[in-house]
Design a protein around this ligand. Structure first.
Ligand SMILES: C[S@@+](CC[C@H](N)C(=O)[O-])C[C@H]1O[C@@H](n2cnc3c(N)ncnc32)[C@H](O)[C@@H]1O
Length: 264
């Protein structure tokens, strides 16, 4: 598969991803599947599956034979397939899904739309692979206020470098109404928006910091690109921003979610 820009910072092991983002996306997946109305007897595809946080929830509810998944990061495709025997896991991007038209009751993209180069094409593809009356669903972190782990990282970064690529500026769909507008533009109907809330507990500040050092996603890529001195300054700035945590602490995250129907 050609180099997919949004997948460049996701060439990491599944366990590495889990300790940075999977710790949030796993609890998010159950709420997202509820919002999409995924129930026994349905079929579903997890688009941009990563190592399979949402795939796991879909398999629990529908059985492996009713679930498919895809991602443009080859390592994640392998990891997701290994974790979920029986699920068809393909190498593919949202703008060109490797599945036939009308195959699924649900197409879901969790924390993916903001990485996609052509979101309108992706939304059309999500619509194409669901049957008439089926649902298309997407959710994205609210990068402004609602994702404390990323917000505190970028705020600490901006204190040191005002031109840093804060995800609230570089990525889309984290604000209320943005996914809804996208879905309506491509002809999806009955679009319902909601807010999904999760949290994650860290044993200490090092656990959080080690997540950034693993280089996952735009924040991790930025952190690992810094010279040692600058990274040390960022380490101190983030520690201060979080109130110098001496032990365990919890961070919350809010995702914007939209669920729509394919009118056929
Ligand atoms: C933040 S991760 C989310 C993974 C998983 N859905 C989860 O909730 O844990 C973003 C994922 O989007 C994938 N991705 C990036 N660009 C994509 C594209 N154009 N189409 C589909 N997936 C893409 C990445 O490879 C990565 O697995």
């Amino acid at each position: 598969m050609d180099d997919v820009e949004g997948a460049r910072t996701f060439g990491v092991a599944g366990a590495t991803y889990d300790s940075f983002m999977g710790r949030y996306s796993r609890p998010l997946a159950a709420q997202f599947a509820d919002a999409a109305g995924v129930r026994g007897g349905h079929t579903a595809v997890d688009v941009g599956c990563g190592p399979g946080a949402l795939t796991a929830v879909l398999v629990d509810r529908l059985g492996a034979e009713a679930v498919a998944a895809c991602d443009p990061a080859p390592g994640f495709v392998q990891e997701c397939a290994a974790r979920h025997p029986g699920v068809v896991v393909g190498l593919g991007r949202a703008e060109s899904l490797p599945f036939e038209t009308g195959r699924f009751d649900h197409a879901l993209a969790q924390l993916v739309l903001h990485f996609v180069s052509d979101p309108e094409l992706a939304a059309r593809e999500l619509m194409r692979v669901v049957r008439s009356g089926g649902t298309v669903s997407a959710c994205v972190w609210d990068f402004d206020e609602g994702m404390e782990m990323l917000r505190s990282f970028w705020d600490a970064t901006l204190d040191l470098d005002p031109d840093a690529p804060d995800e609230a500026r570089t990525l889309r769909f984290g604000r209320q109404g943005e996914i809804v507008q996208l879905f309506e533009r491509v002809g999806l109907v009955d679009v319902a928006e909601s807010e999904l809330r999760v949290e994650s507990q860290y044993v200490d500040f090092d656990e959080l910091w080690n997540g950034f050092l693993a280089g996952v996603g735009p924040a991790g890529a930025y952190c690992t690109s810094l010279a040692d001195d600058d990274r040390q300054r960022l380490h101190r700035a983030l520690f201060e921003r979080l109130g110098r945590p001496g032990g365990s602490f919890t961070l919350g995250a809010v995702a914007r979610c939209a669920v729509a129907r394919n009118p056929g």
